[in-house]
Design a protein around this ligand. Structure first.
Ligand SMILES: [Zn+2]
Length: 438
């Protein structure tokens, strides 16, 4: 049984108007996560991810794995976090990306990069086994690993940290048309993945920036703390990151300048890279006639820790965390009666029964937590459950103590609805909330 009393969740109370360290807490999600014992700051731009949040991270990883493997047919691997600075020199990025690269030098004086992204590394792998038969392609390889960026000003907690968890997918194709098809496939998987997360998002065309290449799109959660300015053309309906407009302020599609604007938090990014890295590093294939050619590449990122933080930023109130159902640390929290209360003996036995039956529902096997801090009143624990934001909270209280007609208080925190239901109806309601997508 998952028991709340056994979960390491050191909360931090940040006094209102506290001048101390105020500059360190720069977003609502960061403050809420600190207050609720989900994260602790370690250094400037580095964080401890505490057990409850780690559960959300594992769920996000599982969701990303599902869409990468089933929809994109990509294979998961691990690239070394340290890459030789020499590779970055060959791609031309040692200088262009220099300011934000986290560098280290080993005892032999060799400089290594703690990578923010791994185009160089994966392309060097392909180059090392080149030329590869055309039969191997399309080749789609991804990893989920810690990335590093030497941020000038880390801010917004997990949203702009020096160290973060990211999914990076690299694709290799034998021609531009095939690479374009891969691009469509991955973007389609991103759409389905973000639909499954359920936080409103917008897709915009984006600048290729340091990555290079020709085509790029970003996925943003609209939010006041977003650092990107998104432009939506009122004439043709296309959206882009303001960076794309560069000098001119006209829509690239229709040449009008009639935009609505909003700020967004970037959670995912896709690029067609063409042969920028494969040419520089020599990643080749052999075609049907045995003639060598340069591989066409794409790269596709999803900020895993950022996706979680941005979801909390968008869904939460100033007081209470709200999670996407798919990412919540636990989806159901059970609150049994207070120790020594008159309900305890009669309502108490329902706890095991509910816990057991809820776990049999689809996808809820290890997703139920019991707030067993029974020295506290139900009211106090209910308040805590609202703050941490378990999507479903079930109170086993006075109403469950009725001999003939046991009833439970069911709080659907996704829609801020409460109901009082019998045993079977409670199970049906949990199943409906968790397993119907209508
Ligand atoms: Zn337009």
């Amino acid at each position: 049984m998952h028991k709340l009393s056994k979960i390491f969740q050191p909360s931090l109370i940040i006094p209102k108007n506290a001048s101390v360290k105020k500059q360190d807490v720069t977003s609502k999600s960061q403050r809420l996560m600190l207050e609720q014992g989900l994260i602790r700051q370690a250094g400037n731009g580095t964080f401890y991810i505490l057990p409850l949040l780690q559960r959300a991270v594992e769920k996000t990883i599982a969701l990303v794995d599902l869409y990468m493997q089933q929809h994109v047919k990509a294979e998961k691997l691990s690239l070394p976090m340290l890459t030789s600075a020499e590779l970055w020199r060959q791609s031309g990025r040692l200088d262009s990306a220099e300011a934000e690269l986290m560098k280290t030098t080993d005892r032999h004086g060799k400089m290594q990069i703690l990578g923010p992204t791994h185009e160089e590394s994966i392309t060097a792998l392909l180059a090392a086994i080149s030329p590869v038969s055309y039969r191997q392609f399309p080749l789609r390889l991804y990893q989920i690993s810690t990335k590093f960026r030497d941020e000038m000003k880390p801010r917004f907690g997990l949203m702009r940290a020096k160290e973060f968890l990211m999914k990076d997918l690299y694709t290799f194709d034998i021609g531009p048309e095939e690479a374009r098809q891969t691009y469509e496939t991955v973007n389609d998987a991103y759409r389905q993945l973000l639909d499954a997360v359920g936080v409103p998002y917008v897709k915009v065309s984006a600048d290729t920036g340091l990555m290079g290449g020709t085509t790029s799109h970003e996925y943003h959660f609209p939010s006041e703390v977003g650092e990107d300015q998104l432009m939506h053309c009122r004439e043709c309906g296309k959206s882009c990151n303001q960076e794309v407009l560069a000098n001119g302020m006209d829509c690239k599609q229709c040449n009008n300048a009639n935009f609505s604007k909003q700020t967004g938090i970037e959670v995912a990014h896709t690029f067609i890279l063409e042969d920028k890295y494969s040419k520089a590093l020599g990643a080749k294939f052999l075609d049907q006639k045995g003639k060598p050619g340069i591989l066409q590449m794409g790269c596709y990122g999803i900020g895993v820790t950022r996706l979680i933080a941005a979801s909390i930023e968008v869904l939460s109130s100033e007081m209470d965390i709200r999670w996407p159902l798919a990412l919540a640390p636990f989806r159901v929290c059970l609150i049994p009666p207070k120790k020594g209360s008159k309900e305890e003996s009669q309502a108490g036995p329902w706890l095991d029964k509910l816990y057991f039956e809820i776990r049999k529902l689809k996808g809820l096997d290890s997703d139920v937590v019991v707030d067993d801090r029974i020295s506290m009143t139900i009211g106090k624990r209910l308040m805590d459950a609202k703050k941490i934001g378990y999507p479903i909270v079930i109170v086993i209280g006075a109403k469950a103590a009725c001999e003939s007609n046991e009833l439970f208080e069911v709080y659907n925190q996704l829609q801020e609805k409460e109901s009082v239901l019998g045993f079977t109806e409670t199970l049906l309601e949990i199943d409906r909330i968790c397993n119907s997508r209508t």
